[in-house]
Design a protein around this ligand. Structure first.
Ligand SMILES: [Zn+2]
Length: 176
């Protein structure tokens, strides 16, 4: 294992197009400034795109992104590693009523269609954020009827309400 910190800092623009299927495109979104759309229909259960990126230890990620309010870190279920999202999957917005879900399969994270998705739909999944700073509410603007008002997971919202969080970086998760 290489122990050195990766010598890079991404801007959102540099993530825009690194591989990914041709039918996934980044466009302006009502949920956030930009989002990921499909130009073709996608069947429920399809592995839409991998949440690709550099695999970092949580320590490395914390050092890299200490002062960054916004990151693209996806926490793996081993509790020790994150994927620092690059490419089109990092542009998929959160929704409380999403059409995709994130699944960890053999240490890789896939965005999977949770229902049949029509052409020109924006792709979304539930970020289930955790380990955020207490002063960062990560407000949600998805406009779904069941919007919980925040991108944190239900469990995390309960924890935050109890004020028990240590100060760590926010990460997305599949299973929390
Ligand atoms: Zn919402």
């Amino acid at each position: 294992m290489v122990q050195a910190k990766p010598a890079y800092k991404h801007s959102r623009d540099s993530r825009k197009r690194i591989g990914g299927p041709a039918h996934l495109v980044v466009r302006r979104s009502r949920i956030d400034s930009e989002g990921c759309y499909t130009t073709v229909p996608i069947k429920k259960g399809t592995l839409v795109v991998e949440y690709a990126g550099l695999r970092l230890t949580i320590k490395q990620a914390d050092a890299l992104y200490d002062d960054h309010p916004r990151t693209y870190l996806f926490g793996l279920t081993d509790g020790k590693h994150v994927i620092d999202g690059e490419g089109v999957a990092a542009f998929i917005n959160h929704s409380c009523d999403p059409n995709c879900e994130a699944d960890e399969i053999k240490g890789r994270v896939w965005i999977v269609a949770a229902r049949d998705i029509g052409a020109e739909e924006e792709l979304t999944y539930d970020y289930n954020l955790y380990d955020g700073e207490l002063d960062d509410p990560s407000l949600c603007f998805c406009n779904a009827q069941n919007c919980r008002g925040s991108m944190y997971s239900e469990k995390e919202l309960a924890k935050r309400a109890r004020g028990l969080r240590r100060r760590k970086k926010t990460r997305k998760s599949a299973n929390r």
